[in-house]
Design a protein around this ligand. Structure first.
Ligand SMILES: *[C@@H]1O[C@H](CO)[C@@H](O)[C@H](O)[C@H]1NC(C)=O
Ligand SMILES: *[C@@H]1O[C@H](CO)[C@@H](O)[C@H](O)[C@H]1NC(C)=O
Ligand SMILES: *[C@@H]1O[C@H](CO)[C@@H](O)[C@H](O)[C@H]1NC(C)=O
Ligand SMILES: *[C@@H]1O[C@H](CO)[C@@H](O)[C@H](O)[C@H]1NC(C)=O
Ligand SMILES: *[C@@H]1O[C@H](CO)[C@@H](O)[C@H](O)[C@H]1NC(C)=O
Ligand SMILES: *[C@@H]1O[C@H](CO)[C@@H](O)[C@H](O)[C@H]1NC(C)=O
Ligand SMILES: [Cu+2]
Length: 176
């Protein structure tokens, strides 16, 4: 378990550093540690729950109580709620389009370059504007890959300016 913890932390830091978005020197990164996800507290610094390795995969609501919306910093959220594990499920919740909400969606970028530039040309839509309603859109992290998520609305504006992007690299969980 000690190894899992350290291993996870190193990978999280590496992922965060490669994003160039999350500064480890940022004084806020320890204190702003409220756990906004939903689950049993696998986050390494996020809450008071001890690791409970008898639990199976978690369901994590992206953004916690903020859901999937414009103007929330999801790369920071992902950093604070890491690590995520193989077979965990991410849930994207957002209101369907109506007269008083702006639509959102979920896209996957193929690589870091397009993620970094919010370049949607080769991105794949995995959930359209209506699929975030109700219980939300669920995606199981069942591939050994880095997932580059973003909202695809307004031709990258939500991604670039609205903070609606983050990346996740699922880790192997040694024990259940
Ligand atoms: C998100 O937060 C990180 C770390 O605090 C910061 O570096 C980054 O610029 C923020 N991104 C947005 C879109 O506000
Ligand atoms: C974090 O938790 C503290 C104390 O529990 C609370 O006062 C604060 O409002 C919370 N911050 C956020 C962003 O939820
Ligand atoms: C871990 O979770 C299981 C299933 O919810 C529960 O039965 C068990 O008591 C928990 N163990 C600890 C140490 O919290
Ligand atoms: C992930 O879930 C699938 C289907 O439930 C299961 O067959 C597989 O063993 C799981 N893999 C890991 C590493 O937990
Ligand atoms: C949106 O507004 C139009 C005209 O203002 C109205 O006819 C329509 O019913 C509204 N739709 C919803 C979902 O509220
Ligand atoms: C979104 O996807 C759902 C499920 O595939 C489909 O039923 C719906 O028509 C789509 N909505 C739009 C606006 O494309
Ligand atoms: Cu959006």
């Amino acid at each position: 378990m000690g190894f899992t913890y350290a291993h996870g932390l190193v990978l999280v830091m590496a992922a965060a550093a490669s994003m160039l978005e999350v500064s480890v020197a940022n004084k806020d990164w320890v204190s702003k540690s409220n756990y906004t996800g939903w689950g049993w507290g696998w986050g390494w610094s996020s809450n008071n729950n001890p690791l409970n390795e008898t639990e199976g995969p978690n369901k994590i609501i992206v953004g916690g109580s903020e859901n999937w919306r414009f103007g929330f910093n999801y790369s920071e959220w992902a950093f604070q709620n890491a690590p995520f594990y193989f077979n965990d499920t991410l849930v994207f919740k957002y209101d369907p389009p109506s007269n008083n909400t702006f639509p959102h969606s979920v896209y996957l970028f193929p690589d870091l370059w397009s993620y970094w530039n919010c370049d949607l040309k080769r991105a794949k839509m995995i959930a359209n504007a209506t699929q975030g309603g109700g219980d939300g859109f669920e995606l199981a992290l069942n591939r050994w890959r880095t997932y580059y998520f973003a909202c695809g609305e307004r031709n990258g504006f939500h991604c670039k300016v609205g903070g609606m992007r983050f990346m996740v690299m699922p880790l192997f969980r040694w024990h259940y």
